[in-house]
Design a binder for this molecule. Sequence first.
Ligand code: ATP
Length: 585
Amino acid sequence: MEFATFADRAGTIDAEPADLEIVAHVRELLAEAGDEIEIVARFAQGRVFPAWDSTTLDVGPSACYEAIARAAGTNVGAADVEDRLADVGEIGDVAASYEFGGQQGLGAFTGGDGAGDDGGSGDLTVREVADTLAELAAAEGPGSQDRKVDLLFGLFNRCSSEEARYLARIVLSEMRIGVGEGTVRDAIAEAFDVPTDRVERALQVSNDYGRVARIARDEGVAGLDAMDLEVGRPVQAMLAQAGTVTEALEEWETAAVEWKYDGARIQLHHDPRTEGETRVFSRNMEAVTEALPEVVEFAAAQLEVPAILDGEVVAIDEDGSPLPFQEVLKRFRRKHDVAKAREDVSVRPVFFDCLHADGTDLLEAPLTARHDRLRSVLAGSDAGPGDDEDIDGLSLLRRTDDPDEIESIDADALEAGHEGIMLKNPDSAYSPGRRGKHWRKRKPDVETLDCVVTGAEWGEGRRATFLGTFELSVRDGDDSEERRSSGSAVEPQNLETVGKVATGITDEKLAELTALLEPHIAAEEGQDVELEPAVVFEVGYEEIQSSPTYSSGYALRFPRFTGVRSDKDPGDADSLERLERLQQR
Ligand SMILES: Nc1ncnc2c1ncn2[C@@H]1O[C@H](COP(=O)(O)OP(=O)(O)OP(=O)(O)O)[C@@H](O)[C@H]1O
């Protein structure tokens, strides 16, 4: 296909406001693209390379201005192009405002005669543009920037105004003609009469709109269905929504709960049969292999079968405890001095999903089956029976419908220095690129409340000597300035209960809290303990509900202990009024 034809169709699409019409135009464009269908499908989205390929052109705007200026004639400089851009606001319009052609120079193609109707050569093809851009991307080392400008100049020099408009936009990743991924997907389905969901699946496994378009055309549904994941080609990461334990349990009954590791997302591709076949990608499918040698070493040591694993890389200190997220960033995209950076901060991978193992794609398998496969892949052939905790690099996934257990997993995660928990639908498939409802990251507490501890219960068994299940109250009534300024205590009759917090507290912490509260025991009956108001707990919660159970008329849903406010007296605890305000929000 001639690049002029592509530019003409892109112009039509650019001018079209209606989404359905855009799909129809892209459909026609694909139908007439012939041998160049792969390139055309990418160019329409403003892409030069497939989505899985993190190659970049590595040309800055100034190189592009320079190339445009040179092709525009001897009187034009890069600064003029930039000035015009400041006036016009968009590089396509700027490029289209010049007349190109006929400039002689190092990179000028011999093929063009410079005699097109509006300055273009009229014979530039889509393939030539793609090949030249690939050559440009590959240029590296000394002089490569000049080489890139030469190559670009050569292309612009053969462009008509309209071709230049879209060439400039493609080069600077500013295509913006309204052709998104969904548009191309629908256009492929319509153009070649294949079901949209099969196109979608093929796109998910291949991340290559061009190839999917070609296969849909040449091989139909059977060809699309035969497309599989390839070890070495990244898949878009499945993403999470924010959510609560309440929602998760209501929807799924049982939730798969994991720690939300505080690091950076990685996707590991490893094929032990081929040396050097370990690749690591970021959440956005960028290649980060060189920056993370620990992950490559991990793969070499642990993986005996070809696999694609999804996980998180965490920065750790000398004891293996996680360091804050900022530390991972020091390592993540590093290109130089990796060995030195590794001495300062080391990293360790934790995997929570398995997309492919030993020739089998697992995207459609339920989460728990994928996690089982992940366990066996990481455990390797010499693994005996044992706890998941003993398997290096495996996330701990627990299925439960018990909110208390979820709270204690959350508490453990926070205690271990991680971010909290992820709640996942145990039966859900892996949906690449989707921020769906099947993965939920637990919302951080929007607010916390400072509550007076007014009661407790003695524990049982191992915890018989500990106070637990703490009754929480807020202040009501006397809130006068006088009381506050006179420093007089809050009377129990001025406190109203809002709930009990029992879980999420380690034994060590319980011992501490018992020592703190025991001197304030006012009365005991069986296991129940009444406490005089003295100690203030800070608690997080998911929701405040109206409830007849507690004297305040409200109940905290999923309260969790976040700390003792030793800096606060009961008189400084939160009031019923604030609770009401928060509930109304
Ligand atoms: N066990 C886990 N399962 C899934 N994702 C996890 C897990 N532990 C940590 N994560 C991280 O949490 C992220 C899930 O949240 P989300 O999909 O919203 O990504 P995000 O936009 O990068 O958000 P965030 O900034 O919260 O990490 C994942 O991308 C991953 O990096």
